[in-house]
Design a protein around this ligand. Structure first.
Ligand code: GTP
Ligand code: SPV
Ligand code: MN
Length: 584
């Protein structure tokens, strides 16, 4: 068991003694440091330069082909009581996990450099921010953390003066999937990760710290750490409303966070505060206030173009790290969904042959500093964050879930979040396209028992006097031929407009057992949109039989979390079931 009273340098020494690196480098986040790192990575082939004329200061990294996504099956929560991790997590006892770590870390950094990365999650002067230190032997991880967090010497000084921090110990190891583990010790504010250099497995500030460890702290301290984007929507009157939205991995957070309004929405603007993680606290005014702990985006590349996401497209034209995309014969990055160019080399570095799978990996990513986004909100740096008017839940549902509906009250809204289900995507290893429950989009990220987590959500109503309204959205409904019924992307602002009108109590809605829906044909802005009448009907229809089955299945699902499921959720569920049964 590591000694939590160790100072920073004692802790680094103890890790170095175990891992045996050739040297230790304390990172300061400076330009000079990046210059040296870049030269070393180029020399070693860890990054490749992209076309400097079309993509200035952009680089390509090809990860090990077996290391391209998060690995949920080897991600563990290590609590002394197994029950506290819940059926939603893999569990290992802290003692076993520490022993495993010591075995795997022993000598794992021989002939390598150990980098010490001091970072801050959240605006540097926010009372809600948290400090962390990641130890790692991968320059690529350093380069990514430099874009994704506030990193540097000034953090080190705060830690040395006694501020608490989360410890992250990480090593590439031999990248063998059989020796890959991501271990979390919430009671020790400690993360240990080995065997992967990719994304959420390796950038420890992100999912490991800002969600799994932070969600545990958040429950103890009365706040929320969520897998949510934060977006400001400004109407033509100049009023800005902030929304937080939880969609599972690769289900549209980045895209909604930087949406460009359709042409008919003159005078509307959208401002991005965050695209993946929200930390929400109860403010002195009784509202929920959200900060984005991150300072950059680690976003899905495929599907990004000047039509779907013009802001993202523009921001990744310079100073960007691309991971696992293809390249053209001109050495430009290329991916599926790009509107021009042709792939010459695929994501593994082999000559591209059509019929041999996608040229870019479906989970290929860009890493870029947030303020390169043309829609970046200057309120991203506000210490108190932004006030949240509405919370959205949504997933990929080819059937059943309508385009939008509103929960009837807080407990019902929490049930809507709890019932979130979505088709699996390439963001995690495993089969894609299978519908699974992913409550609040937190299945891979909640650091404790889901039953306790839902209780924590329910109890918020005691302390938040102006609760946000809760909505469910689904951009991914398909017709019989598998074609999306809704155009999505910028057009999603139409749904947001309806949501804001509802929040201001300006428009009536159609009451159904599952929630409030737009009244067919009115109060929903379709100006300038050519949708087949059939598509519209389908998008706003309720399949009563299908919903009865859905809620029966949900009732069954909740049994796994007993006896910790809040009674309020079961009552909300029973009420819907009764109403569905009686509206036949
Ligand atoms: P993580 O970073 O994994 O947490 O994902 P995310 O939720 O930020 O997802 P992202 O916005 O990157 O979208 C993932 C994929 O969905 C991309 O290929 C997008 O092009 C696609 N997508 C996003 N929004 C829409 C939409 O409104 N409609 C459709 N059809 N596709 C969308
Ligand atoms: C996700 O999978 O939800 C991501 C990418 O945002 S990762 O950083 O790999 O977690
Ligand atoms: Mn995510």
């Amino acid at each position: 068991m590591p000694d939590r009273t160790l100072t920073l340098s004692q802790w680094i020494d103890s890790v170095a003694q175990l891992a045996q690196p050739e040297r230790i480098q304390w990172c300061d986040g400076s330009e000079a440091e990046w210059g040296t790192l870049r030269q070393e990575m180029l020399a070693q082939g860890e990054i490749l330069p992209l076309n400097p004329h079309t993509y200035p200061n952009c680089h390509l990294h090809r990860s090990d082909p077996t290391d391209v996504a998060r690995v949920e099956q080897v991600t563990y929560i290590c609590t002394s009581q197994k029950d506290d991790a819940g059926p939603n997590n893999n569990w290992m006892s802290p003692d076993d996990a520490h022993r495993l770590y010591e075995r795997l870390f022993s000598g794992c950094m021989r002939k390598r450099t150990l980098y010490v990365i001091p970072y801050c999650m959240g605006p540097v002067d926010s009372p809600w921010s948290q400090l962390g230190v990641e130890i790692i032997d991968s320059r690529y991880v350093v380069a990514n953390m430099r874009l994704m967090t506030r990193m540097g010497d000034f953090i080190l000084k705060r830690i040395q003066s006694g501020e608490p921090f989360v410890r992250g110990q990480h090593a590439l190891g031999d990248l063998n999937p059989d020796r890959r583990y991501i271990l979390h010790y919430p009671a020790e504010n400690l993360i240990q990760s080995i065997g992967s250099g990719y994304g959420g497995n390796a950038l420890l500030g992100k999912k490991c710290h800002a969600l799994r460890i932070a969600s545990w702290n958040a429950r103890e301290e009365g706040w929320l750490a969520e897998h949510m984007l934060i977006v400001g929507v400004e109407n033509p009157e100049g009023e800005v409303f902030y929304l937080a939205a939880a969609f599972p991995s690769s289900c549209g957070k980045t895209n909604l966070a930087m949406l460009v309004p359709p042409q008919s929405f003159r005078g509307w603007k959208v401002w991005t505060v965050g695209d993946d993680i929200a930390w929400m606290h109860v403010g002195p005014d009784g509202r929920l206030w959200a900060i984005n702990p991150e300072a950059g985006y680690f976003g899905v590349v495929p599907g990004t173009n000047e039509i779907t996401n013009p802001n993202a497209y523009q921001m990744i034209q310079r100073d960007t790290i691309f991971t696992n995309v293809a390249v053209t014969s001109d050495n430009d990055p290329w991916w599926e969904g790009l509107l021009s160019g042709r792939p010459a080399i695929d994501w593994r570095g082999r000559p591209y042959e059509s019929g041999n799978g996608p040229a870019a990996h479906p989970n290929s990513r860009f890493t870029v500093r947030a303020d390169q986004n043309p829609a970046w909100s200057r309120h991203s740096e506000d210490p108190m964050g932004v006030p949240i008017t509405a919370v959205l839940f949504g997933g990929r549902r080819a059937r059943l879930a309508p385009l939008v509906y509103e929960a009837k009250n807080w407990a019902h809204g929490v049930l809507v979040g709890c019932a979130l289900a979505s088709e699996t995507t390439a963001a995690a290893s495993g089969k894609t396209g299978v519908v699974r429950r992913d409550p609040m989009a937190m299945l891979p990220f909640c650091g404790y028992h889901f039953g306790d987590y839902w209780r924590h959500w329910i109890d918020l109503q005691e302390r938040v006097s102006s609760l946000p309204r809760i909505f469910h959205v689904n951009w991914f409904r398909q017709d019989q031929n598998g074609k999306y019924l809704w155009p999505g992307y910028g057009e999603n602002l139409r749904v947001i407009q309806w949501i804001l009108e509802r929040c201001k109590d300006r428009i009536p809605a159609h009451e159904t057992p599952i929630g409030y829906l737009p009244i067919h044909g009115t109060h929903f802005n379709l100006e300038g949109l050519n949708l087949a009448p059939d598509a519209l009907r389908e998008l706003f229809s309720i399949d009563r039989r299908g919903w009865i089955d859905e809620f029966d299945e949900l009732e069954n699902y909740l049994l796994d979390y007993e006896p910790r499921v809040p009674i309020e959720l079961k009552e909300a569920l029973a009420r819907i079931q009764r109403e569905l049964a009686s509206t036949g």
